[in-house]
Design a protein around this ligand. Structure first.
Ligand code: MG
Length: 395
């Protein structure tokens, strides 16, 4: 199945500028880099004008007077990039950021979830990014990273040349069209083939990607090493290079909320804290993380804040394990004479749950509690949030 996607933002820096200044849309726009020294990104219209990449600004402004030149802002682009990458994670947990404006997605196993074909998933992603960020992306769909990269270039080319396709901006390379496409793809345009190999290929009469696939394995190994063999397999549609998850775990998870009415009711505040604890723990489990410490926070009516915290001997992720600790922290903070306006729970020192030694040495009680929490997640999945709660017997 063609389940590897390459999502590539079109003219990314220009698109970011257009996002902030819609007046630039549909115009010949160049973004300048290196202290306004040269052109580092061009809109399609600027490309059509024949403005080359890297052209020094002092030449560009004389030769292409009608184009609009904008100073680049890397920080702004990288912030937008982060947001787009994060959005892509909603489509599959396996997202590899490849560059500031490109990401590989592995959507294997997601078909059942989406109940649509991979090209339709790609189309959905394209429309989502367009709608939410006003940025056009080209998406290549295929069985391997190398092929989906070629496919994304074709998708981009078709949009630029206004060649109609069933799904605009999306192109799939499958077993049917693969050989034909490889026989039209120059070897230097294949991902991972450096320009410096050009001479080597010319010497051996390898001009096209299809020529490369004809090369003998021993010959490839001798001249290009393991990478050469991998590349040949990738071009043939056999996945060699895995999509590496880009996901960076959070440093802490927190939930806070202001009470409907300022209060000193212990039951009310504990109920609020319990709800926070549950949400925090649920997020931990969703991310397969456990916490090494927890803070409870109370804010007085006059906005002063008091915090109490504890570090655990072993990381935890079940509210049944954390509840007692949270309750103790709260008891130490709570003053009957005070009026409170908000509360919060923060967990930190997060570690992946699979790294925690479990099995033989895990305490039987801890295991039971973990199972209870998993059951809770399942019930909520089925019946919705708040289907059950931990009961409190105080006041
Ligand atoms: Mg791009």
């Amino acid at each position: 199945m063609e389940n590897i996607l390459l999502v590539d933002c079109d003219n990314f820096f220009v698109s970011c500028e257009q996002m902030f200044n819609p007046e630039l849309e549909g115009k010949a726009v160049c973004v300048l880099g290196n202290n306004d020294g040269c052109v580092i990104a061009r809109s399609n219209e600027a490309k059509e004008m024949g403005i080359p990449m890297g052209l020094p600004y002092f030449i560009a402004k004389k030769k292409f007077k009608d184009a609009i030149y904008v100073s680049g802002n890397r920080k702004k682009y990288s912030e937008i990039s982060k947001k787009i990458m994060k959005r892509l994670l909603d489509f599959t947990p396996c997202v590899e950021k490849y560059s500031i404006d490109e990401a590989f997605l592995d959507i294997r196993g997601m078909e059942k979830f989406y109940k649509i074909s991979s090209i339709q998933v790609a189309d959905k992603i394209r429309k989502t990014i367009k709608e939410e960020f006003k940025i056009n992306v080209s998406i290549g769909v295929s069985k391997t990273k190398t092929l989906s990269k070629i496919a994304s270039e074709i998708a981009k080319f078709k949009v630029r040349k206004k060649i109609k396709d069933e799904y605009e901006g999306v192109f799939k390379i499958d077993d049917e069209n693969r050989e034909k496409i490889l026989s039209q793809t120059k070897i230097e345009d294949v991902w991972g083939i450096g320009r410096n190999l050009h001479k080597f290929f010319r010497k051996h009469n390898v001009r096209l990607a299809s020529d490369f696939c004809e090369l003998d394995d021993d010959f490839l190994k001798r001249n290009l090493g393991k990478r050469g063999l991998e590349l040949k397999q990738e071009l043939k549609g056999n996945l060699q290079l895995k999509v590496i998850d880009y996901y960076v775990p959070p440093k802490s998870v927190s939930r806070t909320s202001t009470f409907k009415k300022s209060t000193n009711s212990k039951t009310y505040i504990l109920n609020e804290l319990n709800a926070h604890l549950h949400e925090v723990c649920k997020e931990l489990r969703q991310n397969k993380l456990s916490a090494g410490g927890m803070s409870v926070l109370l804010r007085y009516k006059d906005f002063r804040v008091v915090v109490n915290k504890i570090d655990f001997k072993s990381p935890k992720s079940s509210e049944f394990e954390l509840y007692k600790e949270m309750h103790n922290l709260f008891e130490e903070l709570y003053k009957e004479s005070a009026i409170y306006r908000s509360s919060g729970v923060i967990v930190y020192k997060l570690t992946p749950t699979e790294d925690i030694q479990q099995g033989l040495f895990e305490d039987v009680e801890a295991k039971k509690k973990r199972k209870l929490s998993d059951a809770w997640d399942k019930i909520e999945q089925k019946f919705g949030y708040g289907a059950i709660n931990i009961g409190i017997k105080h006041d």
